[in-house]
Design a binder for this molecule. Structure first.
Ligand code: NAD
Length: 286
């Protein structure tokens, strides 16, 4: 693959339907640990014992402890230069009108909500009269760790973005999680409960074996994409990992932005190795 930034920029400026598929590496510079890669959390933990509904049912206290930790991390973090550049680009691409029907959509696997927060920050800094005619799009395909969902099939109440702590009993367990030992220390009765029906609540994230959000919409975007940016993902979690392959098979181009090489990199058009908080603002010119 090429590392020619000027050639990439030229391609970007003439591409009509662009998607970016992002992963944990996008938020690494914001202090949120990745899963795989250097320092990744799955080196300490077995994913199947924390990120499945079966794991949650068998030990909700342990799973909540892990997600409470990730929730606190997300709440304390700030969007970095890559989130901001992608947010600006999604606004610019609406205004620039490469073609009247040109599109750019960020499809993120991240559950930290940082891309959406970056977009809100960029939008609120715009003068009122310059707001773009349509809403820029960010699709959070694996949900959000800040949201909470009732586990009762008949209720299913969802609390979006609660700002207050959801479970005082879970506080102060950061050291345990960081040391790699998660002992269930909170009684099931003290775990977060649904505010409507009182049933056990869960983090509103997509676990292994569950269907990601926005799939029909994402499939349509992938089908028509002419350029796919792949940002900070190890491309090992499906279906997100299949999008770049699909775009290429239909004649589109793929550009990868990652700290290190990963499988499938030989089949891409551009490869920019390095921290995406540097390469993305450079590549987007923002
Ligand atoms: P991953 O941990 O498997 O891979 C992260 C990738 O990012 C690695 O390839 C690594 O080399 C790269 N990377 C690390 N720092 C980088 C940087 N500064 N710049 C560019 N690249 C960098 O993550 P994944 O592919 O997103 O898959 C993991 C799954 O875990 C996803 O489903 C996601 O929902 C979830 N997850 C989310 C978060 C989050 O919300 N921030 C964090 C961890 C995991």
């Amino acid at each position: 693959p090429s590392a020619d930034m000027a050639a990439f920029k030229e391609l970007l400026s003439s591409s009509k339907h662009v998607i970016a598929v992002a992963g944990a590496g996008l938020s690494a510079a914001s202090g949120i640990p990745t899963f795989r890669g250097a320092g990744g959390m799955w080196r300490k933990y077995d994913a199947m014992s924390l990120a499945t509904y079966i794991a949650f049912l068998s030990d909700p206290s342990r799973v909540w402890q892990f997600y409470h930790y990730r929730r606190e991390k997300a709440l304390a973090a700030q969007p970095n230069a890559a989130h901001i550049a992608l947010a600006k680009f999604s606004i610019e691409s609406i205004r620039k009108e490469i073609a009247p029907d040109a599109t750019f959509t960020l499809i993120t696997q991240n559950v930290d909500g940082l891309s959406t927060r970056a977009l809100e920050a960029v939008q609120s800094a715009l003068p009122a009269e310059s707001s773009p005619p349509s809403q820029p799009q960010i699709l959070e395909m694996h949900g959000r760790v800040l949201d909470v969902l009732c586990t009762s099939q008949t209720c299913g109440h969802r609390v979006t973005d609660p700002t207050s702590p959801i479970c005082a009993a879970l506080g102060g367990t950061e050291e345990l999680v960081e040391s790699g030992v998660i002992e269930p220390i909170v009684d099931k009765a003290d775990l977060p409960r649904c505010s409507q029906c009182g049933d056990l609540a869960r983090p509103d994230v997509v676990w292994f074996g569950e269907l990601p959000h926005h799939i029909p919409e994402i499939d349509k975007l992938v089908d028509k994409a002419t350029l796919c940016l792949v940002v900070g993902t190890s491309s090992m979690v499906y279906p997100a990992a299949s999008y770049q392959k699909k775009v290429r098979e239909q004649g589109g181009k793929v550009a990868v932005f990652n700290l290190e090489r990963s499988q499938g990199d030989s089949e891409v058009d551009f490869l920019f190795l390095g921290p995406c908080e540097e390469t993305i603002p450079q590549a987007l010119g923002l």
